[in-house]
Design a protein around this ligand. Structure first.
Ligand code: GLN
Length: 536
């Protein structure tokens, strides 16, 4: 049994400082020293999970292997640490309250008045400690969403205060703040940091380490001043300066000695701990930063105004481009604005096209136009989830000649329902809806492009959808060159389709982007980029 240590990452001054990246960087540096680590995110909103959130508002919904719809920060954790996260790694206020209220209804509280302290805070602490209780982890790094001072995050900060007492040296608080630069005065300003540390202190929590986000180097003198005002040791005040790629952040934090300070404060003898092995990571960052030649990829989707809505796809493309020694030039194309007339202009110079996941009717026609263009012009093209579904419909319409082919998600009365819902799903849907979520097995057919790409016949990939390829049409598809190269044998579901005569035209019902990591980029993305740069 390991004695798990808990690190909390809070944020002050503004949101969007990159707490997730700092939390993941701490995880990475500790992991690189041989520790078993996981990252957790506590989200202060009332939604029970982010599955129902509009991507415009909250960015992508990430999916864990066990089928949990999670905050996109879990994607950063997996990409950085290369270890899977699960349902327990993401908790929302909604879920905490739901559990407490269910317990109350069952009578578990034996007539007591149910209150924020201790009942909500106990449930928060139970969720934090649940990760460590199995005795397999050295560190649990918990990021608290929101900004210190928000009403919503009070119970979380209070839980941290209580845990500090319970855990003693096994608990550490890293507070991330922002140091603005006033151009007119040509000065960096630490006052907002002082205020945010004070606000944390008012809630009974003293930060151990301060990470100052900044656009300009913060001098030693200024760090000493912050230390003095904020009750923190001078060596525990460090900067996180703006960098062109988030993958630089762990390396910069290593230079700032973040891992050393954390370990020393938590009672480790530094000489007894291996140093951080960041060789693979550094090699990746160097490839990424040194790539000169571009690969131009168009991402066609309906949420492109907020690129965070496609976070994992974009990161997967960045990984795969770097491994192919290319710099990614991403063209985000709003599918609503694409049609048969303008598609050639929009896609003329691209090396590859990705047709994105999505729900509902809007933007479908633009996806059809982009797919037809990529198919007819031999442009490498990857369709993901709804992207594969639209690939199937476009093929049925324009190659098989079923003009009215559609998905029953879009038009229930469609005659040629190439994309349909399975009967068992229909029943669940009537009961309020359910999705195929999480990792499912897929058997790849020998001799296909997919088989060459994966280099194996049995894979497992993550899903998030309700509709499926309708097997009634499979024979006809295959006879006309669009073959099914991956199948889920338990339910006889088409998972991968590919166009034999095309350079690289592959549709996947699952989401490969959720499992691409820095040290193990996804083979589909690597192969897609490779095809995109071939003969160039
Ligand atoms: N709309 C499709 C379905 O529910 C695809 C969903 C997606 O692309 N994630 O099946």
């Amino acid at each position: 049994m390991k004695e798990t240590k808990y690190i909390f990452v809070t944020g002050g001054v503004t949101s969007s400082l990159g707490k997730g990246i700092i939390a993941a960087s701490i995880g990475k540096l500790l992991q690189a020293r041989g520790f078993a680590v996981t990252n957790q995110k506590l989200d202060p909103y009332i939604n029970v999970d982010p599955g129902t959130l509009n991507p415009y508002e909250h960015g992508e919904c990430y999916v864990t292997v066990d089928g949990h719809e999670a905050d996109l920060d879990l994607g950063h954790y997996e990409r950085f640490l290369n270890v899977e996260t699960h349902r327990e790694n993401n908790v929302t206020t909604g879920r905490i309250y739901q559990t407490v209220i269910n317990k109350e209804r069952r009578g578990d509280y034996l007539g007591k008045t149910v209150q924020i302290i201790p009942h909500i805070t106990d449930e928060i602490k139970r969720n934090i400690k649940a990760l460590g209780s199995k005795g397999q982890l050295d560190f649990v790094i918990t990021e608290i969403g929101g900004t210190v001072g928000d009403i919503e995050s009070l119970p979380y900060i209070e839980s941290v205060r209580q845990l500090r007492w319970e855990l003693g040296k096994n608990c550490l608080i890293v507070h991330l703040t922002y140091v603005p630069y006033l151009a007119a005065a040509k000065e960096l300003k630490t006052k907002p940091t002082q205020h945010s540390v004070k606000s944390l202190q008012e809630q009974g929590v003293q930060a151990d380490v301060l990470v100052l986000r900044t656009e300009h180097t913060i001098s030693q003198e200024m760090r000493r001043k912050v230390a003095l005002f904020c009750n923190v040791e001078p060596n525990a005040v460090m900067q996180s300066i703006d960098v062109p790629t988030i993958y630089r952040v762990p390396l910069n934090m290593q230079l700032e000695k973040l891992d050393e300070v954390v370990l020393t404060k938590m009672g480790f003898e530094l000489s007894a701990v291996p140093s951080a092995n960041m060789v693979n990571w550094t090699a990746f960052v160097e490839k990424l930063e040194n790539a000169k030649e571009e690969v131009k990829i168009a991402l066609v989707g309906k949420y492109v105004q907020l690129p965070d809505a496609y976070k994992s796809i974009i990161e997967s493309l960045i990984h795969a481009s770097a491994y192919n020694h290319r710099k990614l030039k991403l063209d985000l194309i709003l599918s609503d604005k694409v049609d048969d007339e303008n598609v050639a202009k929009k896609l003329k110079n691209v090396d590859g096209v990705i047709v994105a996941p999505g729900f509902g009717q809007r933007g479908m026609d633009g996806k059809f136009a982009a797919l037809k263009y990529a198919r007819e012009n031999n442009i490498p093209c990857l369709g993901i989830c709804m992207g594969m579904q639209t690939m199937s419909i476009e093929f049925a319409r324009n190659v098989l000649g079923y003009e009215d082919a559609n998905s029953t998600e879009i038009d229930e009365k469609t005659v040629h329902n190439v994309v349909d819902i399975m009967d068992e799903q229909k029943n669940v849907l009537n009961l309020g809806g359910s999705m195929r979520l999480g990792a499912y097995k897929c058997k790849i057919k020998k001799g296909t492009k997919a088989c060459r790409i994966y280099g194996k016949e049995h894979i497992s990939e993550r899903h998030r959808h309700r509709f499926e390829f309708n097997n009634e049409y499979l024979d006809e598809f295959e006879k006309n060159g669009m073959i099914c190269s991956g199948i889920n044998l338990e339910s006889d579901l088409v998972e991968i389709i590919e166009l034999e005569s095309h350079k690289w035209y592959i549709g996947v019902q699952f989401h490969p982007e959720y499992s691409s990591t820095v040290v193990e980029p996804h083979p589909l993305f690597i192969s897609f980029i490779k095809a995109a740069i071939e003969d160039k």
